[in-house]
Design a protein around this ligand. Structure first.
Ligand code: NAP
Ligand code: MG
Length: 481
């Protein structure tokens, strides 16, 4: 790979930035994934300008053209998922299987929205005034600024870029500086798809410079962001100043409830997958496991056995269940929360240690705490690492109350064999996605995704609901005679 620099993509051209970012493999820090151009404010402003020009044509483009382009992008991602998934796993630290799965899912988003292009229907009705016809239809917005986090380096970009393009918008994408490779590959695939120049632009660089310029521009019509609450709040305030639309997906503190009548194997499988897969670096991760007293001890024993069987290691090694933490900063944060939990009186069952393996990387063992309360800092703040806490409760009602007692509300889950309690939980859980006998992580692409409270702001992402963000309604009145 040597000195090749992966450049920004602006107006259909590959352009250098003012510097380069070195993309490191967190499973093996001697492995450099590549050198990526680092853009500045000027690059971002150029991208916004050309996107505005390109929007004029793209917003009027035929639906068949859009469908064919999106379908082509999706098909290539799926066909190349093994190769691209390896790059993704190398730059982010999730396992190869998870990396490949993420690329396939990214392709599915493009193929789904390729089909959605043809379903962009309006409504016709009659006016309250006799003889007047009314049409309600949807139009593209303009330029959409897209800012993505490091934990799903391709899927988040895909689930935002695909609907933005499908509904006739132009895009400027700013991926997380830590993981530019997957977004760059997506841009390269898009560059050969037949999409007119300037409709899609990639500007890599820092959030503070490129992200800030993008989200404070008066020349974008919408900004969609996934990342931390702190940055999301800042972006929303800037967007309001420009009267730009804003959609935010942020952190969470998802609860998985395990009731006395739960199937024990299902409970353990869901808890382990939800808490630790993806190294716990998922906004949908189960970090609070709320367990009813009758099943508590046997559940903890069986979950401990399951954790002991998990293999932590280099993301590319076959048989590894838990890859690397994304970087030193996130690892330090995880270890800091381990200390906070212990100081608060949480009882460590196992894990939470820094691991030194064959390759030098950011590894830690999955951690389980018991005897925690929902008031502890470890149960209030998002850690974003492989750390889960058990909270013991006496009843279903207490479990529901504890699960809802959070500043966040992205996903929640319940493991039970009771149809009545599952039904009650679905109605009363204050989260955006509720899972019954399933892990809190793992969602579909054809239905809406999003949360409540500090987890989300603005219209839902994914599925057909995404069009509420990426289109604007027009109401036409006409008197034909
Ligand atoms: P982050 O620090 O908020 O960064 C997210 C993105 O925003 C990055 O591209 C970042 O750039 C950029 N950014 C930073 N400052 C900015 C600014 N002033 N203006 C515009 N953009 C700016 O979050 P992260 O560390 O990447 O991701 C971890 C967090 O994301 C966690 O809290 C997690 O819960 C959340 N998350 C939520 C979801 C969800 O769907 N709800 C999904 C994934 C992650 P840099 O590249 O320079 O950092
Ligand atoms: Mg990296």
């Amino acid at each position: 790979m040597a000195d090749e620099v992966y450049q920004n993509y602006i107006n259909g051209q590959w352009v250098d930035g003012y510097d380069v970012t070195i993309n490191i493999n967190p499973s093996d820090i001697s492995d450099i994934v590549g050198l990526y151009s680092k853009g500045d404010s000027g690059d971002c402003l150029s991208a916004i300008a050309v996107a505005n020009e390109a929007f004029e044509g793209w917003s009027q483009s035929g639906l068949e053209q859009r469908k064919v382009i999106l379908d082509k992008i999706g098909a290539e991602l799926i066909a190349r998922s093994a190769e691209i998934g390896e790059v993704l796993a190398r730059e982010e630290g999730k396992t190869l299987a998870e990396g490949i799965g993420e690329v396939v899912r990214s392709g599915q988003f493009f193929q789904y929205y390729a089909a959605e292009v043809l379903r962009l229907m309006g409504e016709n009705t009659v006016s309250v005034r006799p003889g007047v016809d009314v049409e309600v239809h949807r139009e593209p917005l303009g330029v959409v600024g897209i800012v993505t986090p490091w934990n799903f380096p391709m899927a988040v970009a895909a689930w935002k870029v695909a609907p933005a393009l499908a509904y006739g918008n132009a895009v400027v994408l700013k991926p997380a500086e830590l993981v530019p490779a997957s977004a760059w590959i997506l841009a390269e695939v898009i560059s050969r798809s037949g999409l007119p120049d300037g409709v899609f632009n990639l500007v890599m660089g820092s959030g503070r410079e490129v992200g800030e310029t993008l989200c404070t521009s008066a020349n974008i019509q919408a900004v969609t962001f996934t990342g931390s609450v702190e940055v999301g709040r800042h972006i929303a305030k800037n967007a309001i100043d420009n009267m730009a639309r804003v959609q935010l997906e942020m952190g969470s503190k998802n609860a998985l409830v395990v009731l006395d009548d739960a199937d024990l194997d299902t409970a353990v499988q869901c808890a382990v997958a939800g808490a630790y897969y993806g190294t716990g670096q998922k906004c949908t991760a189960s970090s609070r496991i709320i367990v009813q007293a009758g099943i508590h001890d046997v559940f903890v024993a069986k979950m401990t056995d399951a954790i002991n069987a998990l293999v932590v290691g280099n993301a590319l090694t076959p048989g590894v269940h838990i890859g690397a933490v994304v970087d030193q900063r996130q690892l330090d944060q995880n270890l800091k929360y381990m200390e906070i939990a212990k100081q608060e009186g949480a009882e460590l069952v196992r894990g939470g240690e820094r691991l030194n393996l064959d390759t030098e990387g950011y590894f830690m063992s999955p951690a389980l705490f018991v005897n925690t309360t929902n008031q502890m800092q470890i149960n209030r703040e998002e850690v974003f690492g492989p750390i889960a806490c058990v909270i013991k409760v006496d009843s279903y009602q207490e479990a529901l109350d504890v699960s809802n007692d959070s500043d966040f509300g992205l996903t929640s889950g319940i493991i039970t064999s009771s149809l009545a309690l599952a039904g009650h939980f679905k109605r009363h859980s204050k989260s955006g996605c509720v899972m019954v006998n399933l892990p809190t992580a793992g969602t579909d692409y054809h239905v809406p995704f999003g949360g409540r409270k500090a987890s989300s702001y603005g219209p839902r992402e994914q599925g057909q609901y995404a069009r509420d963000f990426y289109t604007i309604i027009k109401t036409n009145y006409s008197k034909p005679y």
